[in-house]
Design a protein around this ligand. Structure first.
Ligand code: NAD
Length: 477
C-alpha cells in the first residue's frame, strides 16, 4: 500500500502558505520522520484574524442552504478521498488503517449532520400584547478560535469546523502539530468545494503561543477546545478575561458498571475490544470497571484473556487491531501508572510492559483489585489501560462512578429496566450508555459535566455554542 504523506501547508484567506520554520511529524510505529508541519508566524496569525473577520461578514450573510451545499460538497470530496486521508492518519497517528477509514467516515457524518442542522437554527415569535411583536433570533456568534487534539486527527477538527461553518461563523483552527494531516485534508476539501476565502483558516505552531495570542483578540467571539482538563481550565481563564465564551470538551475517566444479570463473558469481550480502539486514547474510553461480585472473577479473567489476544502492530499490516500509542508521552504515562498500581498492591492480569523499544507499542493492560489511592483510579490514563474492581451493590457502583471530578461518558451493562433507570438517573455524566460502549455519534449531543467541560457538540444542541440569542421587540406604529 502506498504510504505517501502530504506536503503540509497553512491555509489562510483561501490560500496555501509555507513557513520557514517547521516541526517534524513522526510515525509512532517506527519513529521515522514522515513530514514537516509549518509553524505560523505572528504575521500569519494577524492575516488569519483579518481574513476570518472578512470571512465572517461574507459567510454569515450567505443563505443557510448555500452554506449547507458547500459543506456537503466538501464532505463528499472527503468521502471520495477516504483512502488517501486514512493513509495519512495511520502514518502520523499509528491507528490501524481500517480504524482510520472509520474515523474519516465519522468526520464526514459530523459535517453532514451539522450542514443539515445549520438550516434549522430556528428562532421563535413570542405571544405578546397587541401592537408589539417579540422575535427571538439565533445569530452566528462570529469568528471562532478552535484547538483540536491529536487522538483523532480528522474527526476532532471536523467537529469544530462543522459546528462553526454550519452556524455561519468563520474559524481559525489550530490543529494538532503531531497529527496535522487530518485537518490539512479538510482544508483541501473546503478549498476545492468553493468555500469563500477567509471563512476557514488552518494554522499550526507552538500551542501556548498561538492560544495566548488569538484568544484575547477582539475578533474572536468563541474559544472551542478539546483536550486535557488542565489546558481547558487555563484557556477558559484566558477567555474569561476577555468575556469570551468557551466550548470545552475535556478529559474523562469513564466508569463501566457491570451488573450480575448479564453474561460476564460477552460483556468482557465487548469491553476489551472497545478498550483497544484507538489504543485507548479516547476521552470516552471505558476505563474504570465496577463489576458485581458474583461475576467479577469470570469477567476479569475473560477481559484479560481477550486483552492478551489483541493483535498489535503497524497499522498498515493486515489483521492488526491496535497500533502504537501516538507519542512517547503516553508510554511514559502508562509505565508510571502501572508501576504505581503495582506498588499499591494491584494485580496485573494482562500486559503492563512496553513492547520492544522502537515505536510506541504498549499492550492492552488489565489491572485488578486496586486501592482507591492508586493514581490510575483518579487520573485519566488516556491509553490502553483498564482497571477492574468488584462492587457489592449498585449503590456502591454508582457512588464510585461519581467519585471523580470527571463526568464525560459512563457505561453500564444490565438487562434490568429498573437498574438501567437507576443508573441513568444516578450517574453524573454528559453521556450514559447502557449495553453499548458507543457514546458519541453525530445525531446526539456530546459533552461533559464537572471537570469534563461544558457545551455540547452534535445533536440539535451542537450549534447552540456557535450562536448568540437576540430578542427583537417591535412595537408596530
Ligand atoms: P497536553 O495537556 O499537553 O495537551 C492536550 C492538548 O491540548 C494537545 O492537543 C495540545 O496541543 C493542546 N494544548 C496544550 N497546551 C495548549 C495551550 N496552551 N493552548 C492551546 N492548546 C494547548 O497533553 P498531551 O500529552 O498532548 O495529551 C494528554 C492528555 O490530553 C490526556 O491525558 C488527555 O487527558 C488529554 N487529551 C484529551 C483529548 C480529548 O479528546 N478530550 C484528546 C487529546 C488529549
Amino acid at each position: 500500500m502506498a504510504t505517501s504523506y502530504p506536503d503540509l501547508m497553512l491555509y489562510i484567506d483561501g490560500a496555501w502558505r509555507k513557513s520557514a520554520e517547521t516541526l517534524p511529524v513522526l510515525n509512532p510505529a517506527d519513529e521515522t520522520v514522515v513530514g514537516a508541519v509549518p509553524v505560523a508566524s505572528r504575521a500569519d496569525l494577524d492575516d488569519a484574524l483579518a481574513a476570518a473577520d472578512k470571512g465572517f461578514r461574507i459567510w454569515s450573510r450567505t443563505a443557510p442552504a448555500k452554506r449547507a451545499a458547500i459543506i456537503l460538497k466538501a464532505a463528499a470530496l472527503m468521502r471520495e478521498r477516504i483512502d488517501e486521508i486514512a493513509r495519512s492518519i495511520t502514518l502520523e497517528h499509528g491507528k490501524p488503517f481500517p480504524q482510520a477509514r472509520l474515523e474519516v467516515i465519522r468526520g464526514c457524518e459530523f459535517f453532514e449532520w451539522d450542514a443539515a442542522e445549520g438550516q434549522r437554527t430556528y428562532g421563535r415569535v413570542v405571544p405578546s400584547e397587541p401592537g408589539i411583536r417579540y422575535i427571538v433570533h439565533h445569530q452566528p456568534i462570529g469568528t471562532v478560535a478552535a484547538f483540536s487534539p491529536w487522538n483523532f486527527p480528522m474527526s476532532q477538527p471536523a467537529r469544530k469546523i462543522a459546528g462553526a461553518l454550519a452556524s455561519g461563523c468563520s474559524i481559525i483552527i489550530k490543529a494538532a502539530e503531531e497529527t496535522p494531516a487530518g485537518a490539512y485534508h479538510i482544508a483541501r476539501a473546503f478549498h476545492d468545494a468553493g468555500l469563500p476565502a477567509g471563512v476557514f483558516n488552518l494554522v499550526f505552531g507552538v500551542p501556548a503561543d498561538i492560544s495566548s495570542y488569538l484568544i484575547p483578540q477582539p475578533q474572536v467571539r468563541l474559544v472551542a477546545f478539546t483536550g486535557s482538563t488542565a489546558v481547558g481550565k487555563h484557556l477558559s481563564e484566558l477567555a474569561a478575561r476577555h468575556m469570551t465564551p468557551v466550548l470545552m470538551e475535556l478529559g474523562g475517566h469513564a466508569p463501566v458498571i457491570v451488573c450480575d444479570d448479564v453474561d460476564p463473558v460477552e460483556a468482557a469481550v465487548t469491553s476489551a475490544v472497545r478498550k483497544a480502539r484507538n489504543a485507548g486514547q479516547v476521552c470516552t474510553s471505558p476505563t474504570r470497571f465496577f463489576v458485581q461480585e458474583r461475576i467479577y472473577k469470570t469477567f476479569a479473567d475473560t477481559f484479560a484473556e481477550k486483552a492478551r489476544a489483541v493483535s498489535i502492530g503497524n497499522g498498515f499490516d493486515a489483521g492488526v487491531e491496535m497500533g502504537p500509542l501516538a507519542n512517547h508521552r503516553r508510554i511514559e504515562a502508562m509505565e508510571m501508572l502501572v508501576a504505581d498500581a503495582r506498588a499499591k498492591g494491584a494485580r496485573v492480569l494482562a500486559g503492563g510492559e512496553r513492547l520492544g523499544n522502537r515505536g510506541y507499542f504498549f499492550p492492552v493492560t488489565v489491572l485488578a483489585d486496586l486501592p482507591d489511592d492508586a493514581r490510575v483510579m483518579r487520573e485519566e490514563p488516556f491509553g490502553p489501560l483498564a482497571v477492574i474492581n468488584p462492587v457489592s451493590s449498585l449503590d456502591e457502583a454508582i457512588e464510585k462512578a461519581n467519585a471523580l471530578p470527571f463526568g464525560l461518558a459512563a457505561y453500564a451493562f444490565t438487562h434490568s429496566a429498573s437498574n438501567a433507570d437507576r443508573l441513568a438517573d444516578g450517574i453524573e455524566a454528559g453521556n450514559v450508555s447502557i449495553n453499548t460502549l458507543e457514546a458519541s455519534v453525530a445525531e446526539v449531543p456530546f459533552g461533559g459535566v464537572k471537570d469534563s467541560g461544558y457545551g455540547r457538540e452534535g445533536g440539535i444542541e451542537g450549534l447552540l455554542p456557535y450562536t448568540v440569542v437576540k430578542n427583537v421587540s417591535h412595537r408596530m406604529a
